[in-house]
Design a protein around this ligand. Structure first.
Ligand SMILES: [Zn+2]
Length: 178
């Protein structure tokens, strides 16, 4: 029987009680599980690029790998500088009493604003597609007890790298560089 993955778990009906105490599943997700979750964020990033936006995507999952919400940077599309990929995924996930066991998966290391969101709501784990282009608040998150996984994805780097070359002014606007 094939091993359970984030994708197969995500396909199960919602509301199944967790078999293990809260938090214990996070460490059991493999790199392959995280990569599968990152693929959801990458789909969002590619959609953003196709819309003429900054190609950064994100998705929020529970500790069993079930998708809670997904989104992408919509600065250009919505003329809204506060709509970052993580913000969008977080808002699309709706209300939740606790975020301790949730996993924010994003194609790029979260900026200060989104790192603040992670801290504010107590999101337990951040999976970054890459942090070579932009380190954001990863070190700060780690120092403050957030589990950080950096997948160092060549695809994430290539997707955003291509955009930065093509639209440097929009990228600088996005990271607040004048
Ligand atoms: Zn951000």
């Amino acid at each position: 029987m094939p091993r359970e993955t984030a994708a197969t778990q995500a396909a199960k009906p919602a509301g199944r009680p967790a078999a293990k105490p809260a938090g214990t599943l996070v460490g059991k997700l493999s790199r392959k599980d995280y990569e599968r979750m990152l693929e959801v964020a990458l789909v969002e990033a590619r959609l953003g690029l196709a819309e003429g936006g900054v190609p950064i995507g994100a998705a929020l999952f529970d500790s069993a790998g079930k998708l809670l919400g997904r989104g992408r940077n919509r600065r250009v599309q919505d003329n809204d500088p506060s709509m970052h990929a993580e913000t969008s995924a977080f808002r699309n996930a709706g209300r939740r009493a606790s975020y301790r066991d949730t996993i924010m998966v994003t194609t790029l290391a979260p900026c200060w604003y989104c790192s603040g969101l992670v801290r504010q709501f107590g999101i337990g784990t951040v999976v970054a597609g890459e942090s070579a282009t932009f380190q954001g608040g990863l070190a700060w998150l780690k120092e403050n007890g957030v589990t950080v996984v950096d997948l160092d994805s060549a695809e994430c780097k290539a997707l955003l790298g291509g955009f930065i070359v093509a639209r440097p002014e929009v990228w600088n606007e996005d990271i607040g560089v004048e």
